[in-house]
Design a protein around this ligand. Structure first.
Ligand code: PGA
Length: 249
């Protein structure tokens, strides 16, 4: 069975509740006919508003991070059950900005991914190499290390529930997109990893992130092992994001 394309809008630290509502109202009519999976990842404060506004549609709502424990003395953190309670269905984990600026570790991710699954959330796990690692020919090694660590506690059968986002750090927010060949190669490598771990390699969704725009989305998502996109900058504009959803077929 062909895999359903998966397009996610990672708003990062953008949009108030009012702005989020305007975006959803502008987006929904434009993507009413799509068969693709569409997710919006707002900041925590706008999650409930987006859950409410997308009501009655297939659009999923995802958080951008969560803590691995269900509750506890972790000031400033939010747990998977808390997200589930407000109607959130998915969560971005291991985004490179969290790894770079907020000390997100593979050890924590090894606990976050199963905690998300346990709570019924679909993890969108981000992996990707730095420019130095790519220049040193270390791309596959970095991806393998991250996947091995972050998915260590996920049994093979459950791997199909995880959406894996290949996000080369040098392409995020830089306007420098990976070439379709580079992105395809990395996504194929990730699919092989899932197969070797006993997961459903044919079913797992592997998406690309890094300067995806309406103009380059179709070619990237058209690659055999690229099943969609995690979109940052271009997801802040409803028309641009709708164009990317439509470009995904
Ligand atoms: P970008 O961000 O599309 O702005 O490069 C992608 C991401 O960080 O997920």
């Amino acid at each position: 069975m062909p895999r359903t394309p998966y397009i996610a809008a990672n708003w990062k630290m953008h949009k108030t509740v009012a702005e989020a509502g305007e975006f959803v109202d502008a987006l929904l009519p434009q993507i009413a006919a799509t068969q693709n999976d569409v997710a919006i990842c707002p900041p925590f404060t706008a999650l409930s508003a987006v859950v409410e506004r997308r009501h009655g549609t297939a659009v999923k709502v995802a958080a951008q991070n969560m803590h691995e424990e269900g509750s506890g003395a972790f000031t400033g953190e939010v747990s998977a059950p808390m997200l589930g309670e407000v109607g959130v269905e998915a969560v971005v984990l291991g985004h490179s900005e969290r790894r770079q600026y907020f000390g997100e570790t593979d050890e924590a991710l090894a606990r976050k991914v199963p905690a998300a699954l346990e709570a019924g959330l679909e993890p969108i796990l981000c992996v990707g190499e730095s420019e130095d690692a790519r220049d040193a020919g270390q791309t596959d090694a970095v991806l393998e290390r991250q996947l091995q660590a972050d998915l260590a506690e996920v049994v093979g059968g459950k791997l199909g529930v995880v959406v894996i986002a290949y996000e080369p750090i040098w392409a995020i927010g830089t306007g420098r997109t990976a070439t379709p060949e580079q992105a395809q190669e990395a996504c194929a490598f990730i699919r092989d990893f899932v197969r070797e771990r006993g997961g459903p390699g044919e079913a797992v969704r592997i998406i690309y992130g890094g300067s995806v725009k309406p103009g380059n989305a179709a070619e990237l998502i058209g690659q055999p092992d690229i099943d969609g996109a995690l979109v940052g900058g271009a997801s802040l504009d409803a028309d641009d994001f709708a164009a990317i959803v439509k470009a995904a077929g």
